[in-house]
Design a protein. Structure first.
Ligand code: NAD
Length: 290
């Protein structure tokens, strides 16, 4: 297939490279990042999109996605599909899909989970919103870049799934970290705490697969000085998107709201910037109730 790829950063570059490696003709554009091997460098986003059957975007936020869509939608041929893999607000995802569909294009929002490792290894999970035909067109490409693509519903459903999942993740990570800090103060050994909780009703992905306590459970960023991994500021971005969405539809999300507040102060004033999101544990260790 002829593919355009806009946004060749930490995630986009390895995703585009995997498509090229699989034999597709990929034309890439980024304002700053270099083109990965096998990808042809376009001079503009519109040039990368011209003649492409599928155009992927992998960009920092919804405002940038809307600006890029204004450039690429007019350059695309009717019947082609615009597939955004960035994590953005549901409103931007729906607005860009409407714009693309009004121009005779297919449109998908397809945010990912799996991080930079998953992008490099072709093991991402895609959560996809949009029409059946567009999904069928892009599905073979999802299979190259990932291990699973779930068609969640119409436009915006992929972003909705992503932010709901990450709201659960942010909340359970905080709960897991505060429980370890409480266990410390109660004199409970961390390994014993893990052995019990990971096989009892308190288990979660945060505890079992990504344990925030160094030397306990499987290898995780805690064992590497809390180097990300999944950076606290990226968790904060996703939590803020969850709260923006909750406000838009009048959903009561008190735990999501509190998790957003805790990650905001962690990232902005308490040294969390650039650390893994599980570094909430050393943060809680130092604190008392006051
Ligand atoms: P990144 O900052 O490394 O890459 C974004 C790229 O977009 C940059 O190279 C930037 O130069 C480029 N860009 C910005 N404006 C542009 C424009 N107008 N035209 C062309 N290129 C432009 O970010 P990333 O880590 O690759 O993340 C991309 C998206 O994926 C984000 O929405 C992020 O939330 C999401 N995501 C990231 C991870 C992760 O672990 N990094 C995991 C899941 C989802």
């Amino acid at each position: 297939m002829k593919i355009g790829f806009i946004g060749l950063g930490n995630m986009g570059a390895p995703m585009a490279a995997n498509l090229a490696k699989a034999g597709h003709e990929v034309s890439g554009f980024d304002l700053a990042a270099p083109c990965p091997e096998g990808v042809n460098k376009a001079k503009t986003a519109a040039q990368a999109a011209t003649g492409a059957e599928v155009v992927f975007t992998m960009l920092p936020n919804g405002a940038i996605l809307r600006a890029v869509a204004n450039d690429v939608v007019p350059a695309m041929s009717p019947g082609a599909v615009l597939c955004d893999c960035s994590t953005v607000d549901v409103d931007s995802a729906r607005a860009v899909a409407e714009q693309a569909e009004a121009a005779g294009l297919g449109a998908l929002d397809a945010p990912v989970s799996g991080g930079v490792g998953g992008a490099a290894g072709g093991t991402l999970t895609f959560m996809v919103g949009g029409g059946d035909d567009a999904f069928a067109t892009v599905e073979p490409l999802f299979d190259i870049m990932g291990q699973k693509a779930v068609h969640c519903g119409t436009s915006g459903a992929g972003q909705a799934a992503k932010i709901c999942n990450n709201m659960v993740l942010g909340v359970t990570m905080i709960a897991t970290c505060e429980a370890f800090a409480l266990a410390d103060k109660l004199g409970l050994d961390r390994q014993k705490m893990f052995d019990v909780v990971s096989t009892s009703s308190g288990y979660s992905w945060s505890m079992n697969a990504y344990c925030p306590a160094p030397g306990v459970g499987p290898q995780s960023p805690a064992d590497n000085g809390y180097k990300p991994g999944f950076a606290a500021e990226l968790m904060l971005k996703d939590l803020r998107l969850s709260q923006q969405a909750a406000e838009g539809v009048d959903a009561d999300t008190p735990m999501g709201e509190l998790a957003t507040a805790l990650y905001t102060s962690f990232v902005e004033t308490e040294g969390g910037l650039g650390r893994d999101f599980s570094a909430m544990l050393p943060h809680f260790e130092k604190r008392g109730r006051g």
